[in-house]
Design a protein around this ligand. Structure first.
Ligand SMILES: Cc1cc2nc3c(=O)[nH]c(=O)nc-3n(C[C@H](O)[C@H](O)[C@H](O)COP(=O)(O)OP(=O)(O)OC[C@H]3O[C@@H](n4cnc5c(N)ncnc54)[C@H](O)[C@@H]3O)c2cc1C
Length: 570
């Protein structure tokens, strides 16, 4: 199989390399270990040897050229290898529009029945790019088609940008509270957030992460196609005027912001999450429509940096994201920092300067200049004509089984597009599961144990059933709780708000749900996920030694409480 040769990285600080000498010409064969080319480093010239027997099918750079490390410089392979797609991808990576020297033809093209790739993945978000890396690692000839930037919504306009915003809100809070930690001599009265600086910081973090993913894809020899993929049939995808074929397709096309079907005056300034993440100023006020994770993170951020925020939600906030008891505390906390939270409220109309809603049978109005639509996201199947392909849909989401297979045998769908758990880590795990199954291993998604996190302060993190769901399923469940006011590390950190709530089923005391509302919750929830994966009981966690002083001690306290009594709380 043909292989891309990249400019090697020969030192920690090496970012580009100069090709000094090609020892082979296009069309010449080589044996493993024979010198293929030499490059100049800041110290000396180094010969790079061929890693396998083969023919130098194509070179992309000339002697004397300088290219960044990890970019393609040549293709080596067998005489009849089809390298058209690899050449196109390499040229795209090198930013060359035209092929400087068309690839030499050594022999006939491969038989028409052979597909270009084993797996074609459409969409390079956390579902698609992880699937691509895994597929390549498992030896599959893998193509990844992305119309925007790799990393998808998560890296470019979701998880990472929002967390960058929230980190700045946290830093601002820390500065304002610094005197309570004994720090004096700092005038914090004018402390405020500069959105311009925040935008630059966000962009730098996103660029570094996107660059890292691009490097990983290159390093794993995933063939990239830039452009919108249009699925033509169950084995063919078009990108621009090119058509590529694959044994298997993985659809990873993600989701888009959902628009609410309510009357809206076009004069009202309407935002979706993408717009907030591009703001270079702090709006004076904002009405947030919706009460899910994205709505609450933005409401918290905006309120923390000086915007007057109102949240209007049809049922209650964080209804599907965490346990009701915790959601009630979060709503109170939001109100404490000045957010007006209207739950069980039905939006009726958005005029040019207000939002009207019905609550408790009465019409109410909030005056505002800005509205953030955060009522949910809808799967995106642009480029995938599901009905024509025979792919079943349910309310716009691609229907999949627990191996992520669709109703068409060789097509899988992962991430937001299947509408199951619209979370980055769920998308990535689905990518791994789909590839494992394509490679002949049996692997299934454990949808009962997908953690969910909310990055306001204190943080919220949950996995498994809420108390209400557990009671419906198991009847008389045991519930253990422990408040953060009794945790030493939380006091030291200066934030002892919140609680842990754990739920165990009555027969074996197996853990079925864990809900954290405390500092570091999002980093700590993984312990509960692993415990549930291993079918742990309350006693096993209660008797596991948790280091002191840490916030993680709340785990064993809560599990003691579930089956007996907490040690450090009455
Ligand atoms: C504001 C916000 C904050 C979020 N915060 C978190 C968080 O903290 N934690 C978390 O787990 N999740 C979070 N999410 C959700 C998370 O971003 C998504 O669940 C995740 O990105 C889904 O991954 P995906 O690979 O399925 O799709 P996406 O990330 O949407 O990627 C799909 C990719 O496919 C490309 N594409 C689509 N159609 C085509 C086509 N036809 N051809 C070529 N390319 C195509 C798109 O350009 C896109 O890059 C957040 C989302 C938002 C909006």
């Amino acid at each position: 199989m043909a292989e891309i040769i990249i400019m090697p990285k020969l030192g920690f600080n090496m970012s580009e390399g100069k090709l000094v000498n090609w020892y082979k010409k296009e069309g010449e064969s080589m044996t493993k270990g024979e010198a293929l080319f030499s490059i100049e480093t800041d110290k000396t010239n180094i010969d790079i040897n061929a890693t396998s027997d083969g023919i130098l099918l194509k070179t992309f750079i000339d002697e004397g050229d300088v290219v960044p490390v990890t970019l393609p410089i040549a293709i080596v392979g067998a005489a009849n290898d089809s390298i058209e797609a690899m050449v196109a991808d390499a040229l795209a990576q090198l930013g060359m529009e035209d092929d400087p020297s068309p690839a030499i033809t050594i022999e006939e093209a491969p038989a028409a029945t052979q597909r270009d790739f084993d797996i074609i993945i459409v969409g390079g978000g956390p579902g698609g790019y992880v699937a691509a890396i895994k597929a390549a690692q498992m030896g599959k000839r893998t193509a990844l088609i992305e119309k925007g930037k790799v990393g998808g919504v998560c890296l470019n306009k979701g998880c990472i940008p929002t967390k960058t915003f929230l980190r700045s809100a946290e830093a601002l809070k820390e500065v304002r509270e610094s005197e309570s930690f004994g720090i004096i001599g700092v005038d914090t009265s004018g402390a405020a957030l500069d959105m311009g600086i925040l935008q630059k910081r966000k962009q730098k973090i996103v660029s570094q992460l996107v660059g890292g993913i691009e490097g990983l894809l290159r390093g794993n020899k995933v063939i990239r196609f830039q452009g919108e993929g249009i699925v033509i049939d169950k084995n063919t995808v078009a990108v621009g005027d090119k058509k590529i074929t694959g044994e298997y397709l993985i659809i990873a096309t993600g989701s888009e912001a959902e628009y609410m079907p309510i009357p809206m005056d076009p004069a009202m300034k309407l935002f979706i999450s993408d717009d907030i993440l591009n703001l270079d100023y702090i709006p004076k006020d904002m009405v947030v429509l919706g009460g899910g994770v994205i709505a609450i993170e933005f409401a918290y951020f905006l309120a923390s940096v000086g915007c007057k925020v109102s949240v209007i939600v049809r049922s209650r906030i964080l209804r599907t994201a965490t346990d009701e008891e915790i959601a009630v505390q979060v709503a109170k906390h939001l109100r404490d920092i000045g957010v007006d939270v209207y739950e069980a409220a039905q939006v009726k109309e958005v005029t040019k300067d207000s939002v009207t809603f019905e609550k408790d049978g009465k019409l109410q109005e909030v005056k505002t200049g800005n509205v953030l639509l955060a009522t949910g996201r809808t799967p995106s199947t642009v480029g995938v004509p599901c009905e024509e392909l025979g792919i079943k849909l349910n309310k716009g989401a691609i229907v999949t089984d627990d191996t992520c297979k669709t109703s068409v045998d060789n097509i899988y769908a992962i991430g937001d597009v299947n509408g199951k758990w619209m979370l980055a880590h769920a998308a990535s795990m689905e990518g791994l599961v789909a590839v494992e199954n394509i490679c002949g291993h049996h692997s299934v998604m454990d949808y009962d144990k997908v953690p969910g996190c909310i990055y306001i302060q204190p943080e919220i993190a949950s996995v498994g059933l809420t108390e209400r769901e557990a009671r419906e399923k198991y009847g008389d469940v045991k519930v253990g709780k422990f408040p953060l006011i009794a945790n030493g590390k939380a006091k030291v950190a200066g934030d002892d708000r919140g609680l842990i709530k754990v739920i165990v089923e009555p027969k074996y005391n197996e853990v079925v749900g864990v809900h954290l509302y405390c500092i570091h919750a999002t980093d700590m929830i993984a312990e509960a996920v692993v415990a549930m994966k291993l079918e742990s009981t309350a006693e096993e966690i209660a008797m596991s030694i948790h280091p002191h002083p840490t916030v993680s001690e709340i785990y064993h306290e809560a599990f003691h409480a579930a089956v007996d009594k907490a040690i450090h709380f009455m």
